[in-house]
Design a protein around this ligand. Structure first.
Ligand SMILES: [Mn+2]
Length: 300
């Protein structure tokens, strides 16, 4: 039976793409392996798979005694396949802290403090002098751009950037432009109604006797929200809140667009902006640390 390669449960783009890149690498090295996944393919990874024309790894709901496995992008029982305690772990390739796995036999472990598992895999391709095909290179760079948030994550290293600059030549894309499109698709709010978006992550506060609601959504598909600003306002203004702020947070620009029910002056004071619907509050990304305290003091 094939050796099973899989990333963590609730797989992100790195877990999906590292299982596929590792599968290709090990096959070239003469091993009988199969890429698997432990959960649904999310939209971001779906974009990468479709773009580069690769099929998703096969879904498995657990492993059992006698199975041989390679773990990528994780190394903890809690994040891994059900039954892992009974299977044989042959190898782990990961960039996270050690999470307490125990084995009966020796195994290969490759851990590095880089931004993405696919950066390690890239080095393994090089070390083994195995050429990376175009579609696999595309998946690998998708994962690195995703895990490093286009190099904005503090986990980003020079090794990640070096890998991407080599991979983008093979894949034939501009990594940054490609990644923005991938994030846009991955964070699209198209399938949600106005009411669902406002209430997706919504909390209510009492500020100086005012009933204030703050909703926050993370997306890079900003235009699809701002284009419907008036519809959002119709709904927001129909609520019973004294003040309601919807923060549409752009993680790449590191700020939030604000649509609100309430006084323009309060928004101006709170975020040091020219208070108007859809205004961009630069640097405002946290409800707990910024939206709530800033609005509370502005309402005083
Ligand atoms: Mn990862």
């Amino acid at each position: 039976m094939s050796i099973l390669i899989f990333g963590h449960k609730n797989p992100d783009t790195d877990s999906i793409c590292s299982s596929l890149a590792c599968e290709y690498l090990k096959k070239q090295m003469g091993m009988d392996v199969k890429a698997c996944r432990l959960g649904e393919v999310r939209k971001e990874a779906e974009y990468a798979l479709n773009y580069f024309g690769v099929e998703a790894p096969e879904f498995i709901d657990g492993v059992k005694e006698g199975d041989e496995v390679i773990l990528v992008d994780h190394n903890e029982y809690g994040q891994s396949a059900d039954g892992l305690e009974d299977a044989t772990i042959l190898e782990m390739i990961d960039h996270h802290k050690l999470g307490g796995i125990k084995t009966d036999a020796p195994l290969n472990v490759r851990m590095q403090t880089v931004g993405c598992t696919n950066t390690i895999l890239y080095q393994m391709f090089k070390e083994n002098k195995i050429e990376i095909p175009k579609n696999i290179a595309g998946l690998m760079l998708s994962a690195i751009m995703s895990d490093t948030l286009i190099y904005k994550s503090p986990t980003t290293t020079e090794a990640d950037k070096e890998a991407v600059s080599a991979l983008e030549k093979i894949a034939g894309v501009n990594a940054e432009e490609y990644a923005l499109e991938m994030f846009k698709y991955g964070t699209s709010l198209d399938e949600y109604s106005i009411e669902e978006i406002v209430n997706m992550d919504f909390k209510e506060f009492d500020m100086e006797g005012n009933k204030v609601g703050i909703g926050q959504v993370f997306t890079l598909d900003i235009d699809s929200v701002l284009d419907k600003k008036d519809d959002f306002l119709d709904y927001i203004n129909s609520t019973a809140y004294d003040m309601l702020v919807l923060a549409v947070t752009d993680i790449i620009k590191e700020g939030s667009y604000l649509i609100y029910k309430g006084e323009d002056d309060v928004i101006s004071d709170a975020f040091d902006v020219n208070g108007e619907q859809g205004v961009f509050a630069d640097g405002v990304v946290s409800r707990k640390k910024q939206l709530v305290p800033n609005l509370t003091s502005a309402l005083k």
